[in-house]
Design a protein around this ligand. Structure first.
Ligand code: PMP
Length: 428
């Protein structure tokens, strides 16, 4: 495949945008080569500026559960745009999408809309700190909760007590309130509670991790977090920016029957427009301004175009009784195909999957946390990525990302993908 025009567009972009991109992972730093510039997308496919057609497994990093340019969503945006694009005043739409989201997700009474997953998580920990009157939070190495300062904290080795900022610009003052634990390791969490008695406001966790590949919670992990939070009067925050409305109507709370105190959403809830949200029971949500003391705001929050797109998306998911089963079936089919061809080609690999989130790791050991995710062979991943791209299959340009399966994928698309994987890994 040729990427002449993409290369030119990237060179142009580099002159006026840092690194040529508005979000770092798009720059192909992990895999090398030139980023592909998209012209359009429909259903399961991307069409790039050079006229290549690619099967898309990123799907805007998750939200396109029903495929690109899903007609009801496009119609909702188009119709709404005629009526004005932003008011900074309340609209009925906001109540409608709030009512629907609350009816779909367990354990939430109220929801507030923001503009991104970052804002949702940032606001959720401020709320948790205000509600509990405590400063510290626990996060897990390898979990991503957006780019606000409190979350840009690197893993120390093992039971790291204090976080170390891993981006210049994040102060030690902020970092010291973020405690790091290891995913799927309850002992690392209870040790932090032990060492910081009555100081921890909340645990924030990706209840199915999607930012170190797809890493499912081991049996008892989420239950253990719930128990530790309840025992220590801390709040449990589920960051469902990837998993919400994807793994089940009610997200991971429904899938594994675990109650979170605050839930963060993003991506899906805007049908591809810039939306995030956080939600909780009344007791917690009533702590927010203007009725409570914790401040949180946004000129474009609840933006009518974004709400119209999100409402249409949630309605499509809510009205389709089979959607999550279809996604499960398609992804299970893909998983079986990947296992078959990689085994036949004698490739050393691990595949992780929960519902329609799946990742391939070039390592034989189970991938259960950030350390084991990092053990994967990155050179193999690069070859895999570029090989698939050349076959017309677009996966995330990083070994630490999950693939997102969309309902727009046909079984022919999946067979095409499995066959491409067979071809690409022949000489691994
Ligand atoms: N939380 C999780 C679990 C995410 O995957 C992401 C983004 N990939 C975010 C938060 C941040 O969302 P956004 O990029 O919309 O700010």
């Amino acid at each position: 495949m040729l990427y002449q025009r993409s290369s030119q567009l990237f060179a142009d972009a580099e002159k006026v945008i840092p690194g040529g991109v508005n979000s770092p992972v798009r720059a192909f730093k992990g895999v090398g080569g030139t980023p592909i510039f998209v012209k359009s997308a429909k259903g399961a496919y991307l069409y790039d500026e050079d006229g290549n057609k690619l099967i898309d497994y990123i799907n805007s990093w998750g939200p396109m559960i029903l495929g690109h340019a899903h007609q009801p969503v496009v119609d909702a945006i188009t119709e709404r745009a005629q009526l004005g694009t932003s008011f900074g005043m309340p609209t009925e739409l906001e109540t409608k999408i709030a009512e629907l989201a609350i009816s779909m997700v367990p354990n939430i009474d109220k929801i507030r809309f923001v503009n991104s997953g970052t804002e949702a998580c940032m606001s959720a920990i401020r709320l948790a700190r205000g509600f509990t009157k405590r400063d510290k939070i626990i996060k897990f190495s390898g979990c991503y909760h957006g780019h606000s300062d409190s979350f840009l904290i690197a893993a120390g080795s093992g039971l790291s007590t204090f976080g170390v900022p891993n981006s210049p610009g994040v102060t030690q003052g902020t970092a010291k309130d973020t405690l790091l634990a290891n995913y799927n390791d309850l002992e690392s969490v209870s040790a932090l509670f032990e060492a910081n008695k009555n100081e921890i406001a909340a645990i924030i966790v990706e209840p199915v991790a999607g930012n170190m590949g797809c890493v499912p919670p081991l049996n008892g992990f989420l239950e253990g977090l719930r128990q530790l939070c309840s025992d220590n009067n801390a709040l449990l925050i589920f960051d469902e920016v990837m998993t919400g409305f994807r793994l089940a109507k009610g997200g991971v709370q429904e899938l594994y029957n675990i109650k979170a105190d605050i839930v963060c959403f993003g991506k899906v809830i805007g049908g591809g427009l810039p939306v995030g949200a956080f939600a909780a029971r009344n007791e917690i949500m009533n702590y927010l301004a203007p009725i409570g003391p914790v401040y949180q705001a946004g000129t474009l929050s609840g933006n009518p175009l974004a709400m119209a797109a999100g409402l249409s998306m949630l309605q499509s998911l809510n009205n389709d009784a089979e959607i999550f089963q279809r996604l499960e079936d398609k992804t299970a089919y893909l998983e079986a195909g990947i296992r078959r061809v990689l085994t036949n080609n004698n490739v050393v690999f691990t595949v992780n999957r929960v519902g329609s989130m799946i990742s391939v790791h070039f390592d034989a050991e189970p991938v259960i946390d950030f350390q084991t995710a990092k053990n994967g062979d990155n050179e193999s991943f690069k070859k895999f990525f570029h090989g698939l791209l050349n076959e017309g299959v677009y996966i995330a340009p990083s070994a630490y990302e999950t693939w997102f399966i969309t309902d727009a994928l046909s079984y022919e698309d999946l067979d095409f993908t499995i066959n491409a994987i067979k071809k690409v890994t022949k000489d691994f």
